[in-house]
Design a protein around this ligand. Structure first.
Ligand SMILES: [Cu+2]
Length: 271
């Protein structure tokens, strides 16, 4: 039974994962443009894995059968070297690896170049909850031309970054963002290392005290999702979940206007 699992378990898992319906349990359905690209790339890699696994195992199985010793004591056919084949099975995998590397690099670089105008949501993790602050660049400030570190540092500087609202209340367990909008998340932590993860965004950032890490997404789906802390951060780590409401932009403005402003001086200082 064990050998059956070893032989067939993994390829079976790959095959099942290639079906979109079944793969929901492995990879979340993307709710952002970036998520779509990541899932697309994952499927391309998955299909390549399955194809090459079957190809290699198929050739091995065929060779075992074809070139077997047919009678007791008889030697199997000994074959050594085939320059043409060796070139093919070196060049093709190398080409695929380079192509996947280039595509992955493009996706990484994409994260380093957020659009010029984004809604900025600063998320601060603490034991055991989240603080959410909303910022928008002042009209005179072009966040697209400022380097990443500058944008990370300017939150809270009213000269360039307008704080729209702070949802700093103990145990904030939900927040709202607009659909069809470029949103830049700046993440940090107050006490220990946390990790901000919304599975449907297909991107995750570790939240380290004293550092601000960012990522950006373009939301493309209205719905309710769950933000989770993805770093074991203490006894009540499991309670660090927050509902994410992605709503129409007009609805977002209404929601934001209705939020009470956090008391002065209570805003978290994480960076
Ligand atoms: Cu945590």
């Amino acid at each position: 039974m064990k050998s059956f699992q070893l032989k067939w378990g993994l390829p079976l898992l790959f095959l099942l994962a290639a079906f979109p319906g079944f793969s929901d349990s492995f990879i979340a359905q993307p709710a952002t443009d970036y998520g779509l690209k990541i899932v697309g790339l994952s499927y391309v890699m998955m299909v390549l894995c399955v194809v090459f696994f079957l190809l290699v195992v198929g050739v091995i199985a065929y060779s075992l059968w074809k070139f077997r010793a047919k009678k007791p004591g008889e030697e199997g056919v000994a074959i050594h070297g085939h320059t043409g084949l060796e070139i093919i099975w070196t060049v093709i995998p190398a080409g695929i690896m380079i192509a996947l590397g280039v595509i992955s690099t493009v996706l990484v670089i994409d994260q380093l170049n957020p659009p010029k105008k984004t809604l900025i949501v600063k998320v601060t993790g603490y034991q055991f909850g989240w603080d959410f602050e909303y910022y928008q660049a002042d009209a005179s400030f072009d966040s697209g031309t400022a380097d990443v570190q500058t944008v990370r540092n300017i939150c809270g500087n009213p000269a360039v970054m307008v704080k729209l609202k702070s949802l700093h209340v103990k145990s904030t367990d939900e927040f709202t963002i607009p659909n069809n909008t470029d949103i830049r998340f700046l993440t940090s932590a107050k006490d220990v290392i946390h990790s901000f993860w919304v599975p449907e965004f297909l991107i995750k950032r570790d939240m380290v005290p004293g550092l601000v890490a960012d990522f950006w997404v373009h939301t493309n789906q209205v719905g309710e999702f769950t933000a989770k802390c993805a770093a074991l951060c203490g006894a009540s780590h499991g309670l660090m979940v927050a509902k994410v409401h992605v709503v129409d932009p007009q609805q977002f403005q209404t929601w934001l206007a209705a939020q009470p402003v956090a008391a002065a001086g209570s805003a978290p200082q994480a960076n």
